[in-house]
Design a protein around this ligand. Sequence first.
Ligand code: ASP
Length: 318
Amino acid sequence: MVKATIAIHGGAGAIARASLDAETELRYRRALRDIIASGQLLLADGASALEVVTEAVRQLEECPLFNAGRGSVFTAAATHELDACVMEGHTLQAGAVASVSRVRNPVLAARAVLQHSPHVLFCGAGAESFAEQHGLEMVDPAFFATPERRAQLTRAQASGQALLDHDAAAGDPLDPDRKFGTVGAVALDAAGHLAAATSTGGMTNKQPGRIGDSPLPGAGCYASDGVAVSCTGTGEVFIRTLAAYDLDAQMRYGGLSLRQAAARLIDEKIVQLGGSGGLIAIDREGNVVLPFNSEGMYRGYGVVGDAPRVAIYAEDAQ
Ligand code: ASP
């Protein structure tokens, strides 16, 4: 019998050793633990994997610690452009939105696309009016802004980069200027079905209109009847490697185990193209992997009936 399980991530990145702040670290760990625990409760109640990953990512979007929903990073034009995707394994159904700035929870818009549209991906104003027509909460774009993210934009613009490599100031366990704060969830439900969801504000100081891997099924998010995957990292490399689908293909056509496929993807393929980041994935037997090639990744998982396990650094036990 399968054990219903949820795994989540809040982005990968470099550790801000200079500014390690025990209290902030605790806030991250607590947020991850609470969201896993609520996913475990839903799974124990018989919720579908799709419902569980959507709700976990909605909660991650609501938490300003993570770069998705409220707390999303700024574009170079000091605006917000949010991307999200959900996918259900056994039906191969997917829904996604890109470049939205008025939908409070992009993951709910992605779920609405999956449920109510023959299309898979909507962007910009069209995505927003679709979400509005389906009764989702709309907000002023200023809703997503936080002072920390604005300061990050100022630092990124001063250095002329899309991502900085110094000057961690906020006391986060992962350097706010060198982390990918995308969020994601994967789950296996009691019926043996899999689903994945990913949501992001993208990268600080990105060019307006730039879309990363997160809303693209097969790149930053994928689920089949064999595996569910959510990625975080250098979006362009995850797109070029079709990272999330690559994991499925290695297992399906190459006969690799989840662990072998994930290691090959994250430690070899992504690195060879100069990318960094990680992923979370769960297979149909309930095996979970949470690999990354950066110094840390906010992550955790919970099997129904067991205590949630949460980790940030590479050396954390999982
Ligand atoms: N992959 C995301 C993007 O490129 C960034 C992240 O993981 O935080 O938009």
